[in-house]
Design a protein around this ligand. Structure first.
Ligand SMILES: C[S@@+](CC[C@H](N)C(=O)[O-])C[C@H]1O[C@@H](n2cnc3c(N)ncnc32)[C@H](O)[C@@H]1O
Length: 324
């Protein structure tokens, strides 16, 4: 079935931002590049493939929590709300809630333009009663949402433990930005991965099929294709480990040898084993996250978890003090 047309709102950064941020990140010591640059169309497809790997427990666990508790979640949300799906990707997780929530609108918000447009169109086709918007933006810079008529409750939905990609200070800034964007009466339903056995964590980011490795290396491929970077992708390796001090899994691209890469006239040299830090995935205890939420002017209304306490889905309310 073909649904109504998706309204497209393009607030996406220009190509120059990719070049600027890569050059700035590689000029630092240690070198780093933001994980947001993983997500071109190929990166988004690879992320979906990661979600299907048996070692990657977060996706299936979160989907089970959402599926099992959709009706209970809906009890806490006003009917007719507008769902704002942050980093919506394939929009698969939102699908688990739509029949129970019966929102009037859905906004998929993502940096990966082509993938976002295809996923939101599929959603509009499958849920013809829903007013679907695609918002292409970089929410680490700003969270601009299309104006909505009326004063419907906004439910920000931020699954996938994407909040874990932000260091605590940046996570706080982003949560504050979300609170401002959804305003008084708004709620945030957020997936938060929990601290657990290190072996399970390390396995999740080092799947046997090598999909996470390909996802990580795709960043170099993207630099080659979009920035004409002179880089030998085969001369780098994927590394993911748990950093106990910071309570996070780190992903790196490690140089297999001493080498230089060149981008837009700038040269960046690497020692053997020197890395580009490409992603953090912070893990939280439930109380730690409640503390962060509190600082961002949210209060926790309810927390759902799985039986093994691997993952949590948390419903937060914007506190009146900062509400617009
Ligand atoms: C870890 S995936 C999660 C996808 C999906 N929500 C899920 O839970 O399976 C992160 C998603 O956020 C998007 N994303 C990453 N950084 C972003 C940014 N700074 N602004 C907007 N979207 C971003 C990616 O394109 C990707 O779709």
């Amino acid at each position: 079935m073909t649904g109504a047309a998706v309204s497209f709102h393009d607030f996406a950064p220009e190509q120059d931002d990719f070049l600027e941020e890569v050059v700035a990140g590689l000029s630092q010591q240690p070198k780093k590049i933001s994980p947001k640059f993983f997500y071109d169309k190929r990166g988004s497809e690879l992320f979906d493939a990661i979600c299907a790997q048996p070692e990657y427990y977060p996706t299936q666990t979160e989907m089970n929590i959402l599926h099992n508790n959709a009706n209970d979640i809906a009890q806490h949300i006003e009917p007719d709300c507008v769902v704002v799906d942050l980093g919506s990707g394939s929009s698969e997780k939102a699908r688990l809630l739509l029949d129970a929530l019966r929102p009037s609108g859905y906004m998929g918000v993502d940096i990966s333009r082509e993938f976002l447009l295809a996923a939101t169109q599929r959603l509009a086709d499958d849920f013809p009663w829903l007013d679907v918007h695609a918002v292409c933006t970089d929410f680490s810079q700003q969270l601009e949402l299309p104006a909505q008529s009326g004063d419907k409750q906004k439910l920000a939905f931020f699954p996938g433990s994407s909040i874990g990609n932000f260091e605590p200070g940046a996570a706080l800034d982003l949560l504050r930005r979300i609170a401002e964007a959804i305003g008084e009466g708004g709620k945030l339903l957020i997936g938060v991965d929990l601290k657990k056995d290190e072996e399970l964590l390390v396995a999740a980011y080092n799947d046997d099929a090598g999909v996470t490795e390909e996802f990580n290396l795709n960043l170099l491929q993207r630099m080659q294709e979009e920035l004409q970077a002179d880089v030998d992708v085969d001369a780098f390796s994927h590394r993911a480990f748990y950093n106990n001090k910071h309570g996070r899994v780190e992903m790196h691209l490690v140089s297999d040898c001493e080498q230089t890469i060149e981008i837009d006239g700038d040269e960046f040299s690497f020692l053997e084993n020197e890395s580009i830090h490409t992603e953090n995935s912070h893990k939280y205890h439930i109380e730690e996250f409640a503390e962060l939420a509190q600082q961002a002017n949210f209060e926790v209304e309810k927390v759902w978890t799985d039986a093994e306490q691997l993952f949590s889905v948390q419903l937060l309310n914007v506190k009146a003090a900062i509400a617009k």
